[in-house]
Design a protein around this ligand. Structure first.
Ligand code: PEP
Ligand code: MG
Length: 587
């Protein structure tokens, strides 16, 4: 009988093949004390090992850049920063000197401390960096112990298999050969880890966070992998294999349809032109966004440059990242959002005190305005990237005109510093409407901005007083609550009145029912996360704006989000709009 396991779908695609467990861990280092006279020798051993580990990383970065590109290569640059981190060096030296520990044990203890610190942050991006820390551990310890570098040997005559491990380090992932590795499955790990980034670049389906049961699957067992849903079937039955083969064939057809659609405009059945852009969390998502037909980038979240980093990102690093996105979308808008840190996202280079209400605290534009070095680096990088394409700057969590005025002042001094005429750079500045204050005072904010982007994720939590990450109040957190729908309508009205370009970048624009409502309210531009982008483009092409306008007007007095959903769902079922391209969209 087959066994079903579920993890988190991390790299799309399907695979069927035998399991091959791999392990690259260096076992825990025993507690070894040294004599005082040996301290200097151990410290020197530690520094020699660091130097060797760093040179391995330089090589790995070079190889990865050749194989997959510069962005993927940077994975190993960020590991090099970890090894060069002054806290890590000083902490390890202190363990050797003060606790008389061997270099191996001292390094291990220091890493443990950093790991605990990282685990305290619940933010996904920090968790994503845990695998890098483990990779750094393996790298430095193997140098100290005289072991070969962690890696994965794959010979030409090896049978293609599905690689299974507790977690996979980026240095191991980059050695996976797509002709030999059919899938990558891990018991731990996160969707945004660097190993997943590499698997996606290699086109290898991946499922992460499957849990401890994974260790019980024996080598050689047949495994069926669905990298999108995260479902795994161990020892599938003939019927399950047949259904997998059918799904695979459908996937190929669907990819073809999507490829054809990618080049077409997103127009409704009654000829209303809409724009569907991508929300990007990392530049490595560019290729996927283009493949799915994104018409620009409506939201480039830039926190990937700061979360888990121990130093303020340099202007140059940011410029490279922004330019790579801008150049990938020639002539299209690329909307760079200024750092939205605070809330639940803390960089390690800033001392951000624990706050009682972080979402109501020092976050986003409030942090940027208080930290000029951080902000100005980002503005300079964005303005320079604008020389290469159509860049827009988006300011999150705005509650007052003063914040926009001060942002503009920073921008003016950036133009000055870059030798541009004041205001001439012409990088359009936009405001994220994601607080009730911004909706209420849009007329006062309008003079300072060129465009508006509706952030339904935060607006929902601030309007309904329901924390977006708290499962206890998840039922209250409803972006289709009548209070929100009324606010969405007012934003359209205000933007029309003030001639401001308007788009939606919150998750509501990835929800088919949400998009139908937003179209009915007058929204024409959507920025959508990649997992829903193609479906939303396809859906819009099956919707009628005039029907939806009538539907919204006729149901303006709905008492709950649930009622709204029911009415729109019924309409979508009746018109068949949800069943497009031979597959039913996830509503
Ligand atoms: C939003 O709040 O709707 C939004 C898109 O921003 P984030 O989810 O990054 O806070
Ligand atoms: Mg937000």
């Amino acid at each position: 009988m087959s066994l079903l396991l579920e993890g988190v779908g991390a790299s799309p695609g399907r695979a069927l093949g035998p399991v091959r467990h791999i392990s690259w861990e260096i076992p825990s280092i025993p507690h070894t004390s040294i004599a005082t006279a040996e301290v200097d020798r151990e410290i020197e051993r530690f520094h020699r090992a660091r130097a060797e580990a760093l040179s391995r990383l330089v090589e790995l970065q070079h190889e990865t850049t050749e194989l997959l590109g510069g962005f993927e290569g940077k994975v190993f640059e960020s590991q090099a920063w970890m090894i060069e981190d002054p806290d890590l060096v000083a902490g390890t030296e202190a363990y050797i000197r003060e606790n008389l520990l061997s270099a191996e044990r001292a390094f291990e203890m220091q890493l443990l401390e950093q790991r605990v610190q990282m685990m305290e942050s619940v933010h996904a991006m920090v968790m994503d960096r845990l695998a890098d820390l483990r990779d750094v551990r393996g790298n430095v310890l193997s140098c100290l112990l005289g072991h070969p570098a962690p890696g994965l040997e794959m010979s030409d005559d090896e049978e293609p298999s599905i690689v299974v491990a507790h977690d996979i380090a980026p240095s191991v992932a980059v050695r996976m050969r797509p002709d030999r590795v059919l899938g990558m499955i891990t018991a731990a790990g996160t969707r945004g880890s660097h190993s997943v980034l590499i698997a996606r670049s290699l086109g290898i389906p991946a499922v992460v966070d499957v849990g401890p049961q994974l260790a019980r699957i024996a080598d050689g067992c047949e495994l069926l992998v669905d990298g999108k849903s995260g479902r795994l079937i161990v020892d599938p039955t003939p019927a399950e294999i047949e259904s997998h083969n059918r799904a695979l064939a459908q996937l190929q057809v669907r990819r073809k349809i999507l490829a054809e659609l990618a080049a077409k405009p997103t127009e409704t059945v009654d000829g209303v032109h809409t724009v569907v852009q991508a929300n990007l969390d990392q530049p490595f998502e560019i290729d996927e966004a283009i493949r799915l037909g994104a018409e620009g980038v409506g939201l480039l979240r830039t926190e990937f440059l700061v979360i888990g980093h121990r130093e303020i990102p340099s202007e140059e690093e940011q410029f490279d990242a922004y330019r790579s996105v801008v150049e990938a979308f020639p002539g299209r808008e690329v909307t760079i959002r200024t750092f939205d840190i605070g809330g639940d996202k803390y960089p390690q280079f800033m001392s951000m005190k624990q706050e009682d209400n972080p979402y109501l605290g020092w976050r986003a534009i409030r942090v940027c305005l208080d930290e000029p070095e951080l902000f100005q680096n980002q503005l300079r990088a964005a303005v320079r990237a604008a020389d290469h394409g159509n860049v827009r700057l988006l300011v999150p969590l705005v509650t007052s005109a003063d914040e926009l005025i001060r942002t503009r002042e920073h921008l003016e001094s950036t133009y000055g510093a870059l030798g541009k005429e004041p205001g001439s750079g012409g990088v359009p500045v936009g405001l994220m409407v994601e607080t009730p204050a911004a909706v209420e005072t849009l007329d006062l904010l309008a003079p300072y901005v060129d465009f508006v982007s509706l952030g339904t994720n935060d607006l929902t939590q601030y309007v309904l007083a329901a924390d977006r990450g708290n499962p206890k109040v998840a039922e209250l957190y409803d972006p289709l609550h009548p209070a929100l729908i009324r606010l969405y309508a007012r934003v359209v009205e205000a933007c029309e009145h003030h001639h401001l370009d308007l788009s939606v970048c919150g998750e509501l624009s990835a929800d088919p029912i949400g998009v139908a409502v937003l179209l009915g309210l007058g929204y024409r531009k959507f920025s959508v996360s990649l997992s829903s982008l193609a479906e939303i483009r396809e859906l819009i092409r099956h919707l009628s704006v005039s029907d939806l306008v009538a539907l919204c007007a006729g149901n303006a007095r709905c008492e709950s989000g649930e009622d709204v959903r029911g009415i729109v769902q019924e309409y979508l079922d009746r018109t068949g709009a949800l069943k497009v391209g031979g597959t039913v969209l996830e509503g």
